[in-house]
Design a binder for this molecule. Structure first.
Ligand SMILES: [Ca+2]
Length: 257
């Protein structure tokens, strides 16, 4: 009996400690700053895509698209909007996040526990890697791959896809759920929030959302399936390319701080 009482006291103390730690962590996140933007350019795509990943490198946009039987990696000319398919996935795969890191290009799949990796100039058959989580967004910070899975969890993985650490994104004391497409820019992680017109900026050390951006203005389709998804940064012009699922348009925007 004495042992049971001691255990109960120990359990209560642990619970109290957990609540205190959680509250302390939550209270460390200040309310995010609301950021506005201006549109620099509108690109009309030759064909729309079910955008799941977006990357900008040296004047070209690279996009991954989803849906079983319609997933591919595309190259988009930002001057003309011409979309060219570079690689089509087998119909058993649902394409998700795409990122370019040095000479490596990686594509996640949704529920197929598979990542595709191309090294060097290869555009042919990719190296197949096991990816043990749901694949959603993908970016990198020059040290680790950074991934999302639709929850508030951000994972940091090494080049071999070994998990190095996880982070919980938090906004105003609550988990920031729905993390989708990602873009690492100047030490912060930008993320689309699933089924919303919101982009948030996450501090990768604390998990706090410190900025949020409402891009409702860019949503021109009356279709619940056509949500924004796709953030790509161009460091030369300090601007972002913003896309969405089934969108005919891609917007180049600048943040107003
Ligand atoms: Ca991106």
């Amino acid at each position: 009996m004495r042992r049971l009482v001691a255990f109960s006291i120990f359990a209560a103390a642990l619970t109290s400690l957990y609540i205190q730690m959680h509250q302390a962590r939550a209270s460390n996140c200040a309310a995010p700053q609301e950021i506005r933007f201006k549109i620099e350019r509108i690109i009309v795509r030759s064909v729309p895509g079910y955008t799941q990943g977006l990357v900008y490198r040296a004047g070209i946009l690279y996009e991954s698209t989803g849906q079983y039987g319609d997933s591919s990696v595309n190259r988009i000319n930002v001057q003309t909007g011409e979309v060219k398919s570079l690689y089509r996935l087998d119909q058993k795969y649902f394409g998700e996040g795409l990122e370019i890191w040095g000479n490596s290009r990686m594509l996640l799949t949704w529920k197929e526990n598979t990542a595709f990796l191309w090294e060097g100039n290869s555009t042919g058959s990719p190296i197949i890697k096991t990816y043990p989580w749901e694949g959603w967004g993908l970016t990198h910070d020059s040290t680790l791959w950074i991934t999302s899975d639709g929850t508030a969890t951000v994972r940091f993985l090494d080049r071999d896809l070994k998990l190095k650490r996880t982070l919980q994104a938090e906004i105003e004391g609550k988990p920031q759920l729905g993390l989708n497409e990602l873009e690492y820019v100047n030490g912060k992680i930008y993320a689309n929030i699933y089924k919303t017109n919101q982009i948030v900026r996450i501090n990768p050390q604390t998990g706090c959302v410190d900025q949020k951006l409402d891009i409702s203005l860019l949503q021109t389709l009356d279709d619940p399936d056509s949500m924004p998804n796709g953030i790509a940064y161009d460091p030369l012009s300090d601007s972002f390319y913003i896309a969405g699922k089934k969108w005919q348009l891609i917007f180049q925007i600048k943040l107003l701080t």
